[in-house]
Design a protein around this ligand. Structure first.
Ligand code: GLC
Length: 534
C-alpha cells in the first residue's frame, strides 16, 4: 500500500516508480553530442516534478561502447565521456535530496575485452590462472578449428571466438564481451566488492544484467533443444551466488532487481525467495499484446507467481532493448518479440499513443513497482535510424536483418526551439533525432494539459497521494468482454477499455483521471482507461 511520504520506510521498493536513464541519450551537459552526468544533474528537476521515487542508470562505467556500455572495462570508474566518479557521487546525493534514490546497473555475466582481466588472460596464454577467470577451451576438429560447442548466442551468430594461440573463448553476446567463469572464487569475490563499492557511495539498489545467464554447465556440453536444464540459462548454481549477494546488500539496506527473462513462472519466482533478489523485471507483461484476456492472464499469473515468495511484482512497458510503446501498440501485432523485429513494420501512432496512455494508467494502478523508461513520459515513438548511422551490435550480428535497438535510444527532446531539440549538444548527437522530434519536446508538453507528460505527472501524483496504490491486493470487478476493471484496497477503481466500442462506467463517486476523454454520455471510449473513486 502506498504510504504518504513521511511514512515511507525501507520497503520503498515495494511500490516505487523507477525511472530508467540511458545516460548517453538523456541530456548532454558538455555539448559534445553524448549525454552525460552533468546533463542528468541539470535535468533532475524534471524527474522530481515527474514524481519518480528512484532512477536506474544503465551502465555508466568505462567502456569501449561496443554494446552501449554493457561491455564494461572497469566497474569502479565512470567513463570520461559521461563524467567522473566525483560527479556520480554528487549526482547520487543531489537526487537523494530531491527524494530520488539511485540504482546502478551491474553486468556480471561478462566484461569488455578491454577489461584488465581479459587482457591479462590473452597475454598469459593457455593453461594460465588468468584464463581460468573466463571460459577458454581448445577447439574441436582435427586442428581445433571448430568451436568447443554449439551454443546459440543471445545475439545472433557464434558464441566462441578463437585467439591467435589457438584457444577459443566463450561470449554469449559479442566477441568483445567475454563471459566470466562464475565457478571461480575470484570472480565471485570481485563482484561482491563491486557491489560494496557502489553501496558505499550511497546507491540504494542494483539492477543485475542478464541475471539468469551467469552460471554455465561445467561440461560446456552441446545445446540440445528441449532438454533441461539449459546449459547456460537458469542453472541452479545461480541461487547460491544471489544468496551471497543478498548478504552484501543487507549490510547496506540495498535492493536488487534482476533482469530475468524466463517463461517458467515457478523457476522465475525462485530468484525472488526472501534470501535472494528483492525483485525482477516482469517481461511477460512487457511482451504481452494489447488484448484484455491476454493482459488479464498475465497480470493474474504474475501476482500468483510472486505471492508464495512474498515479493512485489514489477511492471514495465518499455526499456532500452525493446520497441517504444506507442509504436508497438499502433502495430497489427502489439506484442513484443526480439525474433520478430523487422525494418518498415507499419504503425498507427495516433492509435498507439491512445493505447500507451491507457496502458500507463493500467500499469500504474497494478500492485507493486513500476519501471518507466526515459522518453516514455513524452510518448516518444521508435525512430527509424538510417542504416549508415546504426550502432547496435544486434543489427550487425543479424546480418543487417534486425533493425537493432537504437530506435528507442535516440537523444531526448527537451526544448522545441533549441538546436537538437535542447538535448544540449553543439554538434550532432551520437544518434540522429528524426524529423518532427521537436513536437515531443518536454517544454512544449509541460505547458499542455493534454500531453503525455501531463498525464504521467498527474498519474504519479495521484498514485503517491491516494491510499491503496502500489503493493497490496487487487480485486477484479465484473466487466464486459474486452474490458479490464479492478479495485484497489483504498477504493480506487481502474477500468481499461480494450474493446472496439465505448462502455458504461461502474457506479462511482468521482472520476480521478482519464487517459483520453469520456464521451458525451459519460462512457469510456475504446483504448481509454480511467481511475475512479468508488
Ligand atoms: C542486457 C541489456 C542489453 C545488453 C545485454 C548484454 O540484456 O539490457 O542492453 O545488450 O544485456 O549485456
Amino acid at each position: 500500500m502506498a504510504a504518504p511520504d513521511s511514512q515511507r520506510t525501507d520497503d520503498w521498493w515495494r511500490d516505487a516508480v523507477i525511472y530508467q536513464v540511458y545516460p548517453r541519450s538523456f541530456a548532454d551537459g558538455d555539448g559534445d553530442g553524448t549525454g552525460d552526468l552533468a546533463g542528468v544533474r541539470a535535468r533532475l528537476p524534471h524527474l522530481a516534478e515527474l514524481g519518480v521515487d528512484a532512477v536506474w542508470f544503465t551502465p555508466w562505467y568505462v567502456s569501449p561502447l561496443v554494446d552501449g556500455g554493457y561491455d564494461v572495462a572497469d566497474y569502479r570508474t565512470i567513463d570520461p565521456a559521461f563524467g567522473t566518479l566525483g560527479e556520480a557521487e554528487k549526482l547520487i546525493a543531489e537526487a537523494r535530496e530531491l527524494g530520488i534514490r539511485t540504482i546502478v546497473d551491474i553486468v556480471p555475466n561478462h566484461v569488455s575485452d578491454q577489461h584488465a582481466w581479459f587482457r591479462a588472460a590473452l597475454e598469459a596464454g593457455p593453461g594460465s590462472p588468468e584464463r581460468e577467470r573466463f571460459h577458454f577451451r581448445p577447439g574441436r576438429g582435427e586442428h581445433g578449428e571448430l568451436p568447443p560447442n554449439d551454443w546459440p548466442s543471445q545475439f545472433s551468430g557464434r558464441t566462441w571466438t578463437r585467439v591467435p594461440d589457438g584457444e577459443w573463448y566463450l561470449h554469449l553476446f559479442t566477441p568483445e564481451q567475454p563471459d566470466l567463469n562464475w565457478a571461480h572464487p575470484e570472480v565471485r569475490r570481485e563482484h561482491e566488492d563491486v557491489l560494496r563499492f557502489w553501496f558505499e557511495r550511497g546507491v540504494a539498489g542494483v539492477r543485475i544484467d542478464s541475471a539468469a545467464l551467469l552460471a554455465k554447465d561445467p561440461a560446456l556440453a552441446d545445446f540440445v533443444e528441449g532438454v533441461d536444464p539449459h546449459p547456460y540459462i537458469d542453472q541452479d548454481e545461480l541461487h547460491d551466488i544471489y544468496r551471497s549477494w543478498r548478504r552484501v546488500a543487507d549490510e547496506f539496506g540495498g535492493v536488487f532487481v534482476g533482469e530475468v527473462w524466463l517463461p517458467d513462472a515457478e523457476r522465475f519466482a525462485r530468484y525472488l525467495r526472501p534470501d535472494e533478489l528483492h525483485t525482477a523485471f516482469n517481461f511477460n507483461f512487457l511482451s504481452c499484446p494489447w488484448q484484455a484476456d491476454r493482459l488479464r492472464r498475465t497480470i493474474d499469473d504474475t501476482l500468483a507467481e510472486h505471492a508464495p515468495v512474498g515479493a512485489p511484482a514489477t511492471w514495465v512497458l518499455c526499456n532500452h532493448d525493446v520497441t517504444r510503446t506507442v509504436t508497438r501498440y499502433g502495430r497489427e501485432d502489439t506484442g513484443f518479440d526480439f525474433a520478430k523485429k523487422a525494418f518498415g513494420t507499419p504503425t498507427d501512432l495516433a492509435l498507439g499513443t491512445r493505447r500507451a496512455r491507457a496502458a500507463a494508467l493500467l500499469t500504474l494502478a497494478l500492485p507493486g513497482s513500476v519501471y518507466l523508461y526515459q522518453g516514455e513520459e513524452l510518448g516518444l515513438p521508435e525512430a527509424d535510424i538510417p542504416r549508415e548511422r546504426i550502432q547496435d551490435p544486434m543489427h550487425f550480428r543479424s546480418g543487417g536483418v534486425d533493425p537493432g535497438r537504437d530506435g528507442c535510444r535516440v537523444p531526448l527532446p527537451w526544448a522545441a526551439d533549441a538546436p537538437y531539440c535542447g538535448f544540449g549538444s553543439e554538434t550532432e548527437p551520437w544518434l540522429p533525432q528524426p524529423e518532427g522530434w521537436a513536437a515531443y519536446a518536454a517544454d512544449r508538453q509541460s505547458a499542455d494539459p493534454a500531453s503525455m507528460l501531463s498525464l504521467y505527472r498527474e498519474a504519479l501524483r495521484l498514485r503517491r497521494s491516494t491510499e491503496g496504490f502500489g503493493d497490496g491486493p487487487l480485486d477484479w470487478l465484473p466487466a464486459p468482454e474486452g474490458v479490464l476493471a479492478f479495485r484497489r484496497a483504498g477504493g480506487t477503481v481502474c477500468v481499461v477499455n480494450l474493446s472496439a466500442a465505448p462502455v458504461d462506467l461502474p457506479a462511482h463517486r468521482a472520476v480521478l483521471l482519464v487517459s483520453g476523454a469520456l464521451d458525451g454520455s459519460g462512457r469510456l471510449p475504446a483504448d481509454t482507461a480511467v481511475w475512479l473513486r468508488a
